[in-house]
Design a protein around this ligand. Structure first.
Ligand code: ACO
Length: 336
């Protein structure tokens, strides 16, 4: 199945920014909390440390801080935006959406639409594909796309299977019209609800409203079948990247930089191998941030743009996967 984007207008990233909380939690810190070791975490995941948001700082604050940087990078303000879309699965609350909270935090004068897109860790990638359509069709000229998550507040800190994996952060981009040959060349999205049981946050919704019992059983936290998610991730990353390449009329060797969702180093290595990509072309920050869910790709993108690895003309492939199960990929030629 090919999901062809019918190009009317060239859409690309015209500004990028990111923000991560200052507090660092190392693997040694985790050794004091659960039965684990720095060696186990490093060998099995590649993660050495992660950032943890203060108790009184919600996802919308990280999102707004990243957005301010992306807007400054684009030389624009919030009032130049026509919409805000936020990929997140750890909103401040059920509603209002993080999108609406960010609109307020950024002191937008225009009443632009703002909404959240929940696709687990694929939230940012999904949001990018959705935002692209608005600009392609001419409905909007500029969209602020943010990936922001504070999974540290969604996990059971006594569960060593999950608590070692995640960190907090936010990354943002301004999407707008760009000149040919730059911009998004191909994209792909997919989901498999049957796999939803593998990665879920069971309680607090309408199926299992919050009760003392759900709290006692620690059902308000991420539950994951790690092994199964691992196998799914390796398979789907290669497939999703392949579909986006097909959509763009490109081949694997055209990719200059691969920015995968940063969940586990071994998943990234396996996916890179399937795509015949040398690890030098893979952008990795999970050693320092852990899995920041929807923030992971824009955080890594921001770093690679800022340190000069990504240069105008480079072909950049981004691939996300996550709860749902969901996956999405996007390939673009960097530049305005
Ligand atoms: N420290 C020490 N031992 C541990 C830890 C830990 N933190 N966690 C698990 N173990 C133990 C297990 O209990 C098990 O012990 P046993 O053999 O005595 O039963 C042993 O280590 C091996 O466990 P596995 O689960 O087989 O370990 P695996 O190599 O699969 O690694 C991991 C586990 C890191 C979770 C891996 O499966 C993984 O990364 N999966 C993908 C997770 C992922 O990507 N999640 C995010 C998806 S994106 C989103 O939307 C949120």
């Amino acid at each position: 199945m090919t999901q062809k984007i019918t190009a009317n207008k060239n859409v690309g990233i015209i500004g990028v920014g990111a923000y991560a909380p200052e507090t660092v939690m190392t693997n040694s810190d985790l050794e004091k909390m659960v039965d684990t070791s720095d060696q186990w975490i490093t060998e099995r995941t590649g993660i050495r440390e992660r950032r943890i948001s203060p108790a009184d700082v919600p996802t919308s604050e990280l999102a707004a801080l990243a957005a301010e940087k992306a807007l400054a990078d684009a030389g624009l303000t919030i009032d130049d935006m026509d919409a805000i879309i936020i990929g997140t699965s750890s909103p401040d609350m059920f509603y209002p959406s993080v999108g609406c909270l960010v609109q307020t935090r950024l002191k937008a004068n225009r009443k632009i639409p703002a909404f959240d897109l929940q696709a687990g860790c694929s939230g940012y990638s999904y949001a990018m594909v959705v935002a692209t359509q608005f600009i392609r069709t001419g409905m909007f000229k500029k969209v602020l796309v943010i990936g922001a998550d504070e999974i540290s507040k969604m996990i059971n800190w006594q569960d060593r299977n999950t608590c070692i994996l995640f960190g907090d952060g936010a990354g943002a981009v301004v999407l707008g019209e760009v000149d040919a040959p730059y911009g998004i060349l191909g994209a792909f999205m997919g989901a498999d609800g049957i796999g939803g049981e593998l990665l879920k946050f069971p309680a607090g919704g309408t199926r299992m409203p919050a009760t003392e019992e759900t709290v006692r059983q620690k059902l308000h936290s991420v539950h994951m079948e790690g092994n199964e998610v691992f196998k799914f991730a390796v398979r789907v990353m290669g497939e999703a990247a392949g579909k986006a390449l097909e959509d763009a009329g490109l081949v694997e060797s055209d990719i200059d930089w691969l920015i995968p969702h940063q969940a586990n180093m071994r998943i990234i290595q396996s996916a890179a191998k399937r795509l015949k990509m040398p690890m030098e072309k893979v952008i990795i920050n999970l050693d320092r941030y852990g899995n920041t869910s929807s923030a992971s790709i824009p955080l890594a993108l921001d770093e690679a743009v800022r340190d000069g690895r990504i240069q105008p003309g480079n072909i950049v492939m981004m691939v996300g996967f996550g709860a749902g199960l969901t996956w999405a990929s996007l390939v673009l030629r960097w530049g305005k």
